[in-house]
Design a protein around this ligand. Structure first.
Ligand code: 5GP
Ligand code: ZN
Length: 114
């Protein structure tokens, strides 16, 4: 858990471009943006992936979606639309083992994903 990059970002040990923070979550710009708007929203508690959500920590997901709604409105991508992505595990393409939701917008998104 100590070598988790996102826990280090939360603690300020690794710099990030923060766009929102409260006692439960942090939102910051992805270092390698895949769209004109690309930020990540993460819980401040270390949850490895969606596989590790349970009745004790599940409320954070509801809060994260509330924050996403607020931020997409502020960034003016709410009306035109955007994509929320959660990669889970090996086949899901998860590279950082700390639950995070990507928010991508500012361009037309393709489907199906690669
Ligand atoms: P995953 O592939 O696990 O769903 O997404 C991890 C994301 O975290 C990637 O889009 C990657 O660019 C981003 N990322 C990895 N390390 C850092 C970092 O140190 N700072 C920031 N801002 N983003 C990072
Ligand atoms: Zn972590």
């Amino acid at each position: 858990m100590n070598d988790c990059i996102f826990c280090k970002i939360i603690k300020g040990e690794i710099p990030s471009l923060k766009i929102y923070e409260d006692d439960k979550v942090l939102a910051f710009k992805d270092i390698n943006p895949e769209a004109p708007v690309h930020f990540l929203v993460i819980p401040k508690i270390h949850i490895e992936s969606a596989n590790y959500l349970d009745e004790n920590n599940m409320a954070i997901v509801s809060h994260i979606f509330k924050v996403i709604q607020k931020l997409t409105k502020e960034l003016n991508i709410s009306e035109e639309g955007y994509r929320i992505v959660n990669n889970c595990g090996e086949n899901g393409g998860q590279t950082v083992k700390h639950l995070h939701f990507h928010v991508l917008g500012g361009r037309d998104m393709k489907w199906p994903p690669g």
